[in-house]
Design a protein around this ligand. Structure first.
Ligand SMILES: [Zn+2]
Length: 186
């Protein structure tokens, strides 16, 4: 699924337990983190007309969709959080929900499924795929993303904060204020 869907999934998960602001960021970022390996697409784009175009995207995409990287992400969350075990555990879960979402619906336009090399870089043996995988732009992905957006609005309205808190507390307060003026919290 797309990084946007992963982001809002991570946010919803982070709100399912009581975490502070930084811990919510860690759990949300953990749900997007595996796709860092897709950033090679930028390098490929800028070198596409050069005599030696890079092919980082096709070479490295999904190489961080693995258990070892999940452990790295959880360990970083552990170091940066106050509620260390809880945040690391939630970040580990968040990372794996990303993998599950990719298994469900990330088939490329050419029909190619990116297998998830779960034990990379230690072993190529475990390549996860699911035969029923739907396409990246198929309707279930839109439906899931819209449902997550609605959940994000509801959470902001009821709890008083949204993902905007990662960028600016002021912007977040304005956003929550607008929502609560529309639908007063009784
Ligand atoms: Zn992914």
């Amino acid at each position: 699924m797309s990084p946007v869907t992963h982001f809002f999934t991570g946010w919803a998960l982070a709100n399912s337990v009581s975490l502070d602001r930084r811990e919510r960021v860690l759990v949300t970022v953990a749900c997007v983190a595996p796709d860092i390996d897709g950033l090679g697409i930028v390098a490929d784009y800028f070198t596409r007309d050069s005599p030696h175009p890079l092919e980082w995207f096709s070479t490295y995409h999904h190489s961080l969709h693995s258990l070892p990287f999940a452990i790295v992400v959880a360990a970083m969350s552990f170091v940066l959080a106050v509620q260390r075990w809880k945040t690391a555990g939630m970040a580990f879960l968040s990372f794996h929900i990303h993998l599950l979402e990719d298994l469900l619906g990330s088939r490329g336009p050419d029909g190619y499924q990116w297998p998830i090399p779960y034990l990379m870089p230690f072993s190529h043996a475990c390549q996860l795929t699911w035969r029923g995988q739907w396409a990246l732009n198929a309707w279930p992905n839109f439906a899931i993303t819209i449902a997550l957006l609605l959940a994000t609005f509801y959470l902001a309205w009821s709890r008083g904060f949204s993902p905007l808190e990662m960028v600016s507390l002021r912007a977040d307060a304005v956003f929550v204020g607008v929502l609560r003026r529309r639908v007063p919290v009784s």
